[in-house]
Design a protein. Structure first.
Length: 396
């Protein structure tokens, strides 16, 4: 078990405190699991109280002993209920806060009402933009974990080449790949920040099922095995001369990379083959223009524009009426972090330390889908690619 270094946690909390002071917040109260893991190094039942200055207080209901063992923070304390928090922070010499930031994008309303009862005179505001701003710049420690996740997903890719065969179902292939992933350290969980953002290991499907839209905010959806989880692999048998999608998120110690590769048993149709080659061209354009200072929206506009020039107005990033308005998304502990290579983000620019997945894809209903996805980060030496499986279409 690898524990997050104390120096890493201290640095993250200090970055948040710097932003809090600019935003005139006296404290931030963190309760969401991904944020708790990022700032404490563990996920226990409780909350992290981050004052504008001073040591953060990790308040744990269950299990405090485990939190103390796993977290590198100096102050890990037991508490029973939110009503205990004012007395605890007072005992540490912190003044009663007047403005507190919370994770409004994910915090249940019932939690907000509990904190309002604890601090009836406090002004609560959204701390999510500050938290996401801290998390979007990856440290060397984080990049190394993502490199390990890239190695993991490459092993899954190699296994796919060994096991794919005509007649096996999509869900049988998914099970083989998920088994491989677990053997190589995958936690079996992919965190997304969006409400109802459920996902398992990723998406594995073939042929016409790869072009079935779903409720997910993704270019690929899939029929799934049941309407209760209507996405991903279903019971369709794999046939010859059709695209087989392996859209898989590697995960090591909670850190993610995203990679999509296309396989087929025998050659694909001319339209699918050309679509795949054109998506590689869109990826190459991104790699040329992704430099510090360019806006997220400009990358989107130029890459989207190329896809339109190539003739994919009705199929780029989804089936007609189900197309998404992004081509890339940040990665880290969650699959939808900053930056967003998406329509409209004109004021946010690329910075050194950002990591993201770029996934140009085309979908042809009734035939199938193709595309490519890799994970990149912007280093002091330029753009680097983390995922390392061969981009080429794999003809088995």
């Amino acid at each position: 078990m690898r524990l997050t270094p104390a120096t890493e946690l201290e640095y993250r909390c200090k970055k948040l405190q710097d932003l809090m002071q600019t935003a005139d917040l006296d404290a931030v109260l963190i309760v969401q699991n991904a944020d708790l893991y990022y700032f404490t190094g563990t996920v226990q039942n409780g909350c992290l109280y981050v004052p504008a200055q001073g040591q953060p207080l990790y308040l744990v209901r269950r299990d405090q002993a485990r939190a103390r063992m796993e977290s590198g923070l100096k102050e890990v304390l037991s508490f029973s209920a939110p009503r205990d928090i004012p007395a605890i922070i007072s005992s540490y010499g912190y003044p009663e806060p007047k403005r507190i930031g919370l994770e409004f994008d994910v915090l249940p309303v019932v939690f907000l009402e509990r904190y309002r009862k604890v601090w009836p005179n406090v002004v609560f505001s959204d701390a999510t933009p500050l938290i996401r701003q801290v998390r979007m710049i990856k440290s060397h420690y984080e990049i190394h974990l993502m490199q390990d996740a890239a190695d993991q997903v490459h092993k899954i890719y190699e296994r796919a080449k060994e096991v794919i065969k005509v007649g096996m179902t999509d869900i049988e292939l998914a099970a083989e790949l998920e088994y491989t992933a677990r053997k190589h350290g995958h936690l079996g969980l992919i965190r997304m920040r969006v409400f109802n953002g459920e996902m398992f290991f990723g998406h594995t499907f073939s042929g016409i099922d790869s072009a079935v839209p779903a409720y997910t905010d993704t270019p690929f959806g899939g029929l799934g095995a049941s309407p209760c989880f209507g996405q991903g692999a279903g019971h369709k048998p794999i046939g010859p001369n059709e695209p087989i999608i392996m859209d898989f998120a590697g995960s090591i110690d909670g850190y993610l990379v995203d990679q999509t590769r296309i396989f087929s048993i025998g050659p694909l149709s001319a339209r699918l083959t050309q679509g795949f080659e054109d998506m590689l061209k869109v990826q190459e354009l991104m790699k040329e223009i992704a430099v510090p200072g360019i806006s997220w929206g400009e990358i989107y506009d130029r890459c989207h524009g190329l896809a339109m020039e190539l003739g994919y107005a009705d199929s780029f990033m989804g089936a007609p009426s189900s197309q998404v308005s992004f081509i890339g998304h940040g990665l880290g502990i969650e699959i939808d972090e900053y930056p967003f290579i998406a329509k409209g983000f004109k004021d946010q620019v690329m910075e050194i330390g950002m990591a993201w997945a770029f996934e140009p894809k085309v979908v042809f209903p009734g035939e199938g889908a193709v595309g490519i996805e890799n994970t990149f980060y912007l280093s002091n030496d330029g753009l680097k690619q983390l995922t390392r499986s061969d981009d080429a279409l794999v003809i088995l």
